[in-house]
Design a protein around this ligand. Sequence first.
Ligand SMILES: [Fe+2]
Length: 698
Amino acid sequence: MAISSCDDLLLPAASPPATVSSGNVSSSGNLLLRLTVSFGDISSCDVSFSDFFSCGDLFLRRSPAPAISSIELLNCEFLLRQTHNVALLVSDELKLEKLDDLNSMATSSFYKPLFLVKCSIEKRPSYVSHKNSHHNHFNIPIASAFKKMTMIGLPEFPKIVATSAVRLVDAFVDSFFEFIDQPLLPSQNNFAPVEELGETMVVTNNIDGHIPNGFPEGVYIRNGPNPLFGGLKSTNSIFGKTSHVWVEGEGMLHALYFNYNNNNNNNNWTVLYNNRHVETETYKLEKQRNKPSFLPAIQGDSLAILFAYLLNLLRFGKVNKYISNTNVFEHSGKFYSVAESHIPQEIDIFTLKTLRNWDVNGAWNRPFCSHPKKAPGTGELVTLGISPILPFCELGIISADGKKLDHKVDLKLNRCTLCHELGVTQRYNVIMDFPLTIDLLRLVKGEQLIRYDKDEYARIGVMPRYGDASSIKWFEVEPNCTFHIINSFEEGHEVVVRGCRSLDSLIPGPHPSSSSNELDCLSRCYEWRLNMETGEVKERSLIGPKVVYMDFPMVNENFMGIKNRYAYTQVVDPLASSTQDVPKYGGLAKLYFEESSSEKLFMGDKQHDEDPIRVEYHMFEKNTFCSGAAFVPKDGGVEEDDGWIISFVHNEDDAISQVHIIDGKKLSGEAVAKITLPCRIPYGFHGAFMPISFQASH
Ligand SMILES: [Fe+2]
């Protein structure tokens, strides 16, 4: 591409408005760029980059003194154009090379990828004109632009140059950004992080009750946020404030090992506990620096978020931390930590050491949803992966042996729906396209990056297992926010989907929209019946008029994708939850789908045709809450509810954390075993029980 007209350099008057900047050559011959950025009524700021400028894999090299290569300036223009709608204009002081030389460089194959706009040096104005405001060059989402930048092939520069560049931007961050602890209320004490234990501890002697007969050998493991450096941080800067949302924080695994010994016919158990962070690439990086380094980039003032993206990228080559803190799953004898913001991390189940990214032998290049599902019958693993840039959502099917990706398809969603979970039936995949979305353009407009919009459409898609976007049958449903599917299965012509449904979203913050009730963020058990023949949808609340909020559903995994009679959930304590931001779960519930409750169901002011289902409760003592509950199928069990619910339980009055084992057949009964742990276990997200052989660990 030849360099020609100066008009092409001019940026449109988009929001936020454009800028003025200048540059010069220092006495030592270094390139010194000084740019002044003004965004509306936000005060201006100065950013200086001497010597060079780096952006992920892109390094803008200073020229040999005293000449300046205009290439560098053009690179900067591109960077800023794509990210901040800001033009970098160069003052007349710069000694620029001849236009012919620039053209020559621009048309060479080496530099060509960098020239995405036509520019002129000679006619460069000293300020940004808005006369071409109809040209909106800023139509690429910020992350997309960043990705494209980092994919540009450039020569490698000496490590010392890169290191110095990072130091420069670090110095800028240190000067202009202040990390502040996000406050925790006294009622939130058990959301605070804990230290790594460093070694496995025997807790066999701390068992009140007994490990029941038929309890399988294995590990009960739970994931959850455990932020580095004492807690989540927010930042204050000249650009505004940013903060983490409550679901962020480095993942920590808490594992309880149940090792059955059969020594001298004296049957007994050894129970051990350990914890360890999930060591993603960014965890290691920040740990090595030994101080908060990544700027929070999800919530806050949009300008500050944009700068957080940019500065994270400049320093680390990544726009945000890689967090893996939500769930743990097993596939083909391997174990993984997962969250929908990052690719799964393979874990050594015995040491909890993070081994590697799991990209299915290079075939999968995006995050998983937090709840990938095993297809009934085949054992294939079905997953979704979302992205804030196109394609917004892809579905993948991984072979039962975990070695290859058998199917990958773009679902062609029109928005980046925050798909936390998907469902499977014997023949279908079930996709929830609900109006909780991630939208980068919204961020640029000064609005929320993640938002639930109750006025937008909601639909459930049913896709043949190896289908594609064109074979999805969509069913419009009432707008809602559902993170978790309890189970889904086929019954006659219907696909039945049961989930924990709310009318507002706990993410990014459990602050309901102005038009909704503060409890609308909490979910209740719900059912959709989707008729594949007629397209009809029947939906209903499953629980009676007594308002009970539930989430974190679990079923016997042997019944995943097929019709089941029972499910279990954690029960919200609305009183405890109303005093702080995040729900606390004061009990457990067992749902009997094939038994009716004696209570009648009302939806609004009209009575519903179908009776609510029966629910049995197990409530913990006062100020005691659970997290990460999981169903443990009984060895040799026959019936669906042959097994136990196992859960981390924390008493806030005495700050003691335990693991309780409760009979799945008599949920309302006392726990059969309470295992006291040697340290506090913060509330977290999902737990799972994985049968493992301790022979392997020896
Ligand atoms: Fe989840």
